[in-house]
Design a protein around this ligand. Structure first.
Ligand code: ADP
Ligand code: MG
Length: 318
C-alpha cells in the first residue's frame, strides 16, 4: 500500500495548499499535445482481452458513473467492443446516464435465477452497437443472499464464452464505499481506474481504496482527477493535479475539468463524448479512453509554471 504522509496529519486547507504550492518545482517543459493529433490512427490495444476494468473511488459523487459512461462510449467509438456493468446495486444510475433506462428489462439477478438468458439482459446501445449495458439488479431491489464476487467472475466468464466472442473491454461501475458491494465489484477486475476529485476527503478515500485494490491483487491502477478548476488552482483554493499525483503516487489516466455540460448531459441521458461540437470535458474523457487502450499515462503540469495565453488544451498533458 502506498503510504501517504500528508494524509496522516491533515492540516487546515490554507496551510495545506500553501505547503504544496510552495515546493520547488522542476522547470516547465513545453507540452506536445499528442492525443488531439492522433485521431487519424486507431489506438493500439495493449494487454490481454477482455480487459476487465473497475471504475472506483471510495467516496461517492466524484464521477465514477460519469467516467464509466463516457470512457465506455469513447472506447466503443474507437471501435472496441464494450460491456459496461452497473455494479452499483443500491443506487443504480448508469442506465440513466446512458439514456437506456427504458430498455433494461432483465438484470443479472434474473439471469442467475434462470429466468432469462444472458443476451436478454444485455442492452445494446442504438448509437454504438458495440456498446452493451448490463445491470446487476432492478433499482431498490435487494440482492439474493450469497451474491458476491464469484457471481461476477461467473458473469465475466459467460461474457467471454458468448458466440459473438469476448468483448474487448468489460467496464465495471463500482458502488461507493468499501463494503461488500465494493469487494464484489472489484473481484473479477484485472485493472482499476480510480476517480478522485482534488479535495482531501476524496483523496483519503482514494488512498484507502488503492490499498484495498492492491490487497486484492489489482496492481494496474490509474487515476482520473475529475472536476478540476484551473481558476481555483491558480487562486490556491484547490489542489493542483500534480499535488494529487504526488499524494497518491498513481499514473495519471486523465484530467477532467469541471464542466456544466457534464450535468446537462447527465440529465439528458446523452453522454458527453457524443456531443457535437465536443465539450471540453468530453475531449478529456476521450483522451483518457485512448490512454486506457494503449496503457499509457499523462504528465501533470504545474499551472503557475505554464506560459501565459495557453488555450483550454492546457488541461491535457503530453
Ligand atoms: P459517482 O458515480 O461517483 O457517485 P457521478 O458520476 O454520478 O458520481 O457524478 C456525480 C455528480 O457530479 C453528477 O451530477 C455529475 O453530473 C456531476 N459531475 C461529475 N463529473 C463532473 C464534471 N467534470 N463537471 C461537472 N459535474 C460533474
Ligand atoms: Mg455512481
Amino acid at each position: 500500500m502506498i503510504s501517504l504522509q500528508p494524509l496522516a496529519n491533515l492540516k487546515p486547507a490554507s496551510l495545506y495548499f500553501h505547503r504544496f504550492s510552495s515546493k520547488p518545482r522542476t522547470k516547465f517543459k513545453p507540452i506536445t499535445i499528442h492525443s488531439l493529433l492522433q485521431y487519424n490512427r486507431k489506438p493500439q490495444l495493449a494487454g490481454d482481452t477482455p480487459r476487465v476494468v473497475v471504475i472506483t473511488s471510495g467516496k461517492g459523487g466524484v464521477g465514477k458513473t460519469t467516467t464509466t459512461a463516457n470512457i465506455g462510449l469513447s472506447l466503443a467509438r474507437l471501435g472496441f467492443s464494450v460491456v459496461a456493468i452497473d455494479a452499483d446495486v443500491g443506487l443504480r444510475n448508469l442506465d440513466l446516464l446512458l439514456g437506456l433506462e427504458n430498455r433494461v428489462n432483465y438484470t443479472v439477478v434474473e439471469v442467475l435465477n434462470g429466468d432469462c438468458r444472458l443476451d436478454q439482459a444485455l442492452v445494446r446501445d442504438k448509437r454504438w452497437s458495440n456498446f452493451e449495458l448490463l445491470c446487476i439488479s432492478k433499482p431498490r431491489s435487494k440482492l439474493p443472499l450469497g451474491f458476491g464476487g464469484k457471481a461476477l467472475i461467473w458473469l465475466v466468464e459467460a461474457l467471454k464464452a458468448r458466440e459473438e466472442g469476448a468483448p474487448d473491454f468489460i467496464i465495471i461501475d463500482c458502488p461507493a464505499g468499501i463494503d461488500a458491494g465494493f469487494i464484489t465489484a472489484i473481484t473479477p477486475a484485472n485493472e482499476a481506474v480510480l476517480v478522485t476529485t482534488p479535495d482531501i476527503t476524496s483523496l483519503r478515500d482514494a488512498d484507502r481504496v488503492t490499498g484495498l485494490l492492491e490487497c486484492d491483487g489489482i496492481r494496474d491502477i490509474k487515476m482520473i482527477v475529475n472536476r478540476v478548476r484551473t481558476d481555483m488552482i491558480k487562486g490556491e483554493d484547490m489542489m493542483s493535479v500534480l499535488d494529487v499525483q504526488e499524494m497518491l503516487g498513481l499514473p495519471l489516466l486523465g484530467v477532467i475539468p469541471e464542466d456544466t455540460e457534464v450535468i446537462r448531459s447527465t440529465n439528458r441521458g446523452h453522454p458527453l463524448v457524443l456531443n457535437k461540437p465536443p465539450a471540453i470535458a468530453g475531449l478529456a474523457f476521450e483522451q483518457a479512453a485512448w490512454r486506457l487502450v494503449e496503457q499509457d499515462s499523462m504528465k501533470a503540469v504545474m499551472m503557475e509554471e505554464e506560459p501565459k495565453k495557453r488555450g483550454f488544451f492546457s488541461f491535457f498533458g503530453g
